[in-house]
Structures are given as structure tokens and as C-alpha cells.
Design a binder for this molecule. Structure first.
Ligand SMILES: [Fe+2]
Ligand SMILES: [Fe+2]
Length: 453
């Protein structure tokens, strides 16, 4: 007969963080079924359990004898941070599940949220900008902090869009902290003096809407990169792989028959992988600067003049030129701005890939992959698109749809409506955004937000 006391309860986070240990040691994991009886979770199902965010509140069990083999998580990141002696960002552990953090913000009171946000800003303020380069460890933590700050502001802003919640004082505080968050991140890169000159000029010329949009894209993009990398730790790729044939294959087969996409490895050159930590901050900054090219025609972009595709299209190469001119970023980062309206070669896209990397210089006559993490593969013609730029497209379109300050339409779209438009208009009707990246983004927004889909 089964004895109750030989089992130890573990939470979702513990299960996530110890997956490797559990798989390597073949530690049996149990759950309770509807009638309360313990049942074992088959090993091949574990990854799917971990990839299922709906189970984040679930309780799991392991036999007592295995307890010492795994690290039991019972505190959230905020409590753990308080216990750190050094408030420097380099020490914040990176293994926390995004979901757990997100949930903790939802359950907090507004005052607790404000205190947490203040703590984040203080952490940023304490970063020593005189030390030469930021280590990759610090950069990852920095991105994590940005993600946290953004998650808090998102939680509060989502709440006010719900009926009956209207704490103006709190919202103003959160908005202030978000501005401080961006300012402090910029302070950390203030050695990029030439970039700051352009940003300063933009601030002077803009009525605020372009700057707001760039700030938003920066916050969403960097948070999303952080989320994107985290999915590789929780077995999410296994689910994408198992869904590939039924859910995604058709899009690539219809739109890029020459690629013959049978597996995920045909879509992502080398398979899906994390974005290297050392690139996260620079890519986020590249995303931040993506529309800086609007600077020369700011009145057009912020005014109510007629649609003029020629003028609009100029901003992407212009952004690229400005970023390159600063000599403070690699060309990969600058290219992010040049390629943020390519839309997989759709006629609505700007077609700059073909101009920057002309056919005649290409080693391969036809692409073999949809996307690559390496810009060199666009140059040689091996891949159609650059993964960080495809991610930026998703973030940029989303940010534009939910933007309150666009004058060419009466009202912004809600988050749910924006995601519906993206799926229908930007994937089904016209193949512009990448469906796999988009679905990961939907998950990110859903987990980020208190809206139930
Ligand atoms: Fe743009
Ligand atoms: Fe934009």
C-alpha cells in the first residue's frame, strides 16, 4: 500500500528548474488525479507538462528519497533578491520562471508593486557605469530587470483597462517609473555619445509619440527576448516541434515551396536556439533605435498628412544610416533597423534585403532556410530573414496596433484585437510575420497580461 509520507510536494517552478536532473536520474514525478489518487507522469510527457503554462499552479510529487537530488524552489525572485548581500544586478539568479514572476505581480497590491518597481529602479541606479564593458552576466540580468519593470507596468495598465479599477495615482507612479527605467538603461549606455546626440535631437523635434513608440518597442522587445530565451529551458521547443506538421508546416510550404520545410530545422537554420546573452543588450538597443530615421520627417510621421509610401519607406534605411554613422554599434544591430519592415518579401514590405544583399553577390541561387540567427546567411542567400529582425517585426506591428497616439485612426486596438489582426492580416491573408515567432509572442503577451484568452 502506498504511504502518503514518503512523498514530497514540489511546485511547478521546482519541476521546471530541475527538469534535467529529473530526466537524467529518471526520478519519477507524480501528480494527483481528479479523485485525489497519486498517478505517475510518464517521462515522455514531462516536457509537455512543463511547457504548459496552465499548470503553473499545479502541485507535483516526488518520492522522499529523491528529495536531496533536486533544488526545491519555494521563494519568488523578489524575496530572493532581498536576501542577497550585494544589490548589484550581476547576482540575480536567472533561472526563475517568467510565469512565476508575472503571477507574483498580479497578486501584489498596488503599493507592493510600486515598492518593487522602485527597487528595480534603485538597482539600475546603482550600476556602475564607469566600469568599461558590461559582462554578459550583467547584461542578462539587466534584460531581466527590464522585463520585470515592464511586467509590472503591464500588470497595472491592464488593470486600469478593466472596469471598476481606476487608481490614477498608482498609474501615474508606474508610468513615472517606466520612464525612469528607460532613462536609466540609457544612462548605462551613455558612453554611446553619438547615439545620445541623435536621441536628444529626436526628443527635441518629436511631440512625444515617436519617442514613446521607440521606448515601448524597446521594453517589449527586450522583455520578449528574455522570454524567448527562457522557453529553451522549459521544454517548450519540444511542443513547437511536435506541433510543427499540424500547425506551422502549411504556411512555409505554401509561401516558400522551394524550401521544402519538413521540420523546424528547415525554418530556422541550425534549429531554434537561444539568442546569445552577450547580444541581448545590443539587439535591444538596435530595436530601440529602429525608427530613429523618422527624425528628418518627424512632422509627417506625427501629423495627419496623407499616406505617402515613399516618405514612409525612407525611415528604415535612414535609421540604418544614423545607427551606422554613430560608429557605436555593429552592423548586425544597425541592420535590425533596416530590416524591420521586410515581411518575408511580401509586396507590402520594403524589400531592403535585396538592396543590401544583391542577388548577384549571393552564393546560393535559392534560399534553403526561412530564417537564420546569422546575418551572413542573408548575405550569401542561404536564408530569407534574420531572426532578431523577424522578432522586431512582430513587436513593432503589435506596438503600433495598440499605440494610443496614432493619428490616422480614431482609436487604438485592444491587445486581443491586435493579436487577432496580426494572425489574420499578417499571417493568414498575407504572409508577413513568422507564425512560430508570433505564437511565442502571443504566449508572452498572454502570460504578461492578466487578460484571459
Ligand atoms: Fe518602422
Ligand atoms: Fe516602429
Amino acid at each position: 500500500m502506498m504511504k502518503e509520507n514518503i512523498y514530497t510536494e514540489i511546485n511547478f517552478e521546482t519541476l521546471q528548474n530541475n527538469l534535467n536532473e529529473i530526466l537524467i536520474n529518471a526520478i519519477p514525478v507524480w501528480r494527483k488525479n481528479k479523485s485525489g489518487k497519486l498517478v505517475i507522469i510518464p517521462v515522455n510527457m514531462l516536457e509537455q507538462y512543463i511547457g504548459n503554462s496552465n499548470l503553473s499552479e499545479s502541485v507535483f510529487y516526488i518520492e522522499e528519497k529523491w528529495k536531496d537530488r533536486i533544488k526545491i524552489e519555494d521563494k519568488n525572485i523578489l524575496q530572493r533578491r532581498e536576501s542577497k548581500k550585494d544589490p548589484g544586478i550581476a547576482n540575480i539568479p536567472n533561472e526563475d520562471s517568467y510565469l512565476v514572476k508575472r503571477k507574483s505581480f498580479i497578486n501584489m497590491s498596488t503599493v507592493e508593486r510600486e515598492n518593487n518597481y522602485e527597487e528595480i529602479i534603485d538597482l539600475l541606479k546603482n550600476i556602475d557605469t564607469t566600469s568599461s564593458e558590461l559582462s554578459s552576466e550583467r547584461v542578462t540580468s539587466l534584460i531581466e530587470i527590464i522585463a520585470e519593470g515592464y511586467a509590472i507596468s503591464k500588470t497595472s495598465f491592464d488593470e486600469i483597462s478593466q472596469e471598476g479599477v481606476n487608481d490614477t495615482n498608482h498609474v501615474q507612479k508606474v508610468a513615472k517609473y517606466t520612464t525612469e527605467l528607460v532613462e536609466n538603461v540609457l544612462r548605462i549606455i551613455e558612453n554611446k555619445k553619438n547615439t545620445n546626440i541623435f536621441m536628444h535631437e529626436l526628443h527635441e523635434k518629436s511631440s512625444g509619440s515617436t519617442v514613446d513608440h521607440m521606448n515601448n518597442v524597446f521594453l517589449i522587445y527586450s522583455s520578449f527576448l528574455y522570454y524567448y530565451n527562457s522557453i529553451f529551458k522549459v521544454g517548450r521547443i519540444a511542443r513547437i516541434r511536435s506541433e510543427f506538421k499540424s500547425k506551422y508546416k502549411k504556411y512555409y510550404n505554401i509561401n516558400f515551396p522551394e524550401i521544402n520545410a519538413e521540420t523546424l530545422e528547415n525554418v530556422f537554420k541550425g534549429g531554434m536556439s537561444e539568442i546569445p546573452e552577450e547580444n541581448l543588450l545590443d539587439l535591444s538597443l538596435g530595436a530601440f533605435l529602429h525608427d530613429i530615421g523618422k527624425i528628418d520627417n518627424i512632422n509627417y510621421f506625427e501629423g495627419e498628412e496623407e499616406y505617402n509610401r515613399k516618405i514612409i519607406m525612407k525611415h528604415a534605411p535612414m535609421s540604418y544610416n544614423i545607427i551606422i554613422k554613430t560608429r557605436e554599434f555593429t552592423s548586425d544591430v544597425a541592420l535590425l533597423s533596416a530590416l524591420h519592415h521586410e515581411y518575408y518579401g511580401n509586396s507590402a514590405g520594403y524589400g531592403l534585403t535585396k538592396i543590401i544583399f544583391p542577388e548577384k553577390n549571393k552564393k546560393f541561387s535559392a534560399p534553403r532556410y526561412c530564417m537564420s540567427y546569422n546575418i551572413g546567411d542573408l548575405k550569401s542567400g542561404l536564408a530569407i530573414a534574420y531572426v532578431p529582425a523577424k522578432i522586431l517585426e512582430v513587436v513593432d506591428v503589435f506596438s503600433a496596433l495598440i499605440d494610443k497616439k496614432r493619428k490616422y485612426r480614431p482609436k487604438e486596438f485592444t491587445v486581443e484585437h491586435a493579436l487577432e489582426i496580426m494572425q489574420k492580416d499578417f499571417i493568414e491573408d498575407q504572409f508577413k510575420l513568422d507564425p512560430i515567432l508570433f505564437n511565442i509572442f502571443v504566449e508572452f503577451v498572454t502570460n504578461h497580461s492578466i487578460i484571459d484568452f
